[in-house]
Design a protein around this ligand. Structure first.
Ligand SMILES: C[S@@+](CC[C@H](N)C(=O)[O-])C[C@H]1O[C@@H](n2cnc3c(N)ncnc32)[C@H](O)[C@@H]1O
Length: 209
C-alpha cells in the first residue's frame, strides 16, 4: 500500500515543475504569490487523486468558477463530479458584486452535467453536514474565508470530507498554516502537510487511504 508520505512525494513531483515557473513573491501583493499556475497544479493533483481514490471533487469557495471548470474537466474524464460550494454573498472581503454568481453560472454552463452547486454559507454546521452527506471526496480544495475561526472550520470540513487529497489555498498567510495544523489535530488521520516553494497551496493526504 502507498503511504501518505509516498503520495506526498509523488504530489511534490507533480506540482514542483509548475511552481518553479512562478515569479518571486511581490511583498506588496502577497495574496498573488504562487497564483499563476495554481489551477494547473490542482488539476494535476486531482487527476492523480482519481487514479488512487474513489469519489468526487469538492471546491469550497468558487468565485467566478474558473477553477471549478478546470476541475470539472478532470472530473468528467474520470467519470466523477464536482460539488461547488459558495454563498456568493456581495460585500465580503472578496468585494463580490451581484454579477459574480450569474457570471459563475455562465462560466460553468458547458460543464453543468458534472457540477453540482451548493449555494450556502460554508461556515454553518448544516452546510458541513450537507457536504459530508455528499462525500467522501477523492479531492478537496478549500479556498474561502480568511478569518481564523472560519479557516479552521473550513479546514476541518475539508479534512473530514476527503478520503484522499485535501488542498488548502493561501498559505502565504501564517493563519492559514496555523489553522491547517489545528485542523489536523481535530481530524485524525492527516499526519503531514506538504508545502512547495512558490506554490500558494498546501497538500495533505489521508492516512490509510
Ligand atoms: C478566493 S475566492 C475563490 C476562488 C476560486 N476557488 C478560484 O480558484 O477561482 C473565495 C470565495 O469564497 C467565498 N466565500 C467567502 N466566505 C464564504 C462563506 N462563508 N460561505 C461560502 N463561501 C464563502 C466567496 O464568495 C468567494 O467566492
Amino acid at each position: 500500500m502507498t503511504t501518505p508520505q509516498e503520495h506526498l512525494v509523488a504530489i511534490r513531483a507533480l506540482v514542483e515543475p509548475y511552481a518553479r515557473t512562478e515569479p518571486d513573491a511581490d511583498p506588496k501583493e502577497p495574496w498573488a504569490a504562487g497564483k499563476q499556475t495554481y489551477r494547473s497544479r490542482l488539476c494535476a493533483v486531482a487527476d492523480y487523486a482519481c487514479k488512487h481514490w474513489a469519489g468526487d471533487f469538492l471546491e469550497v469557495g468558487c468565485y467566478g468558477g474558473d477553477t471549478t471548470i478546470r476541475l470539472a474537466g478532470i472530473a468528467k474524464a474520470h467519470g466523477r463530479r464536482v460539488l461547488a460550494v459558495d454563498n456568493w454573498r456581495p460585500g465580503t472581503e472578496y468585494a463580490l458584486d451581484t454579477e459574480v454568481y450569474p457570471s459563475f453560472l455562465k462560466t460553468i454552463a458547458p460543464w453543468r452535467d458534472v457540477i453540482d452547486v451548493l449555494e450556502a454559507d460554508c461556515h454553518l454546521p448544516e452546510t458541513r453536514a450537507a457536504i459530508l452527506a455528499r462525500g467522501p471526496f477523492a479531492f478537496v480544495f478549500v479556498d474561502d474565508g480568511h478569518e481564523d475561526a472560519e479557516q479552521l472550520f473550513d479546514n476541518v470540513t475539508g479534512l473530514m470530507a476527503s478520503r484522499g487529497v485535501c488542498v488548502v489555498d493561501d498559505v502565504f498567510m501564517p493563519s492559514t498554516r496555523r489553522t491547517i495544523d489545528e485542523a489536523r489535530v481535530v481530524v485524525p488521520g492527516w499526519s503531514a502537510a506538504l508545502y512547495v516553494d512558490r506554490a500558494s497551496e498546501a497538500y495533505m493526504v489521508r492516512e490509510g487511504a
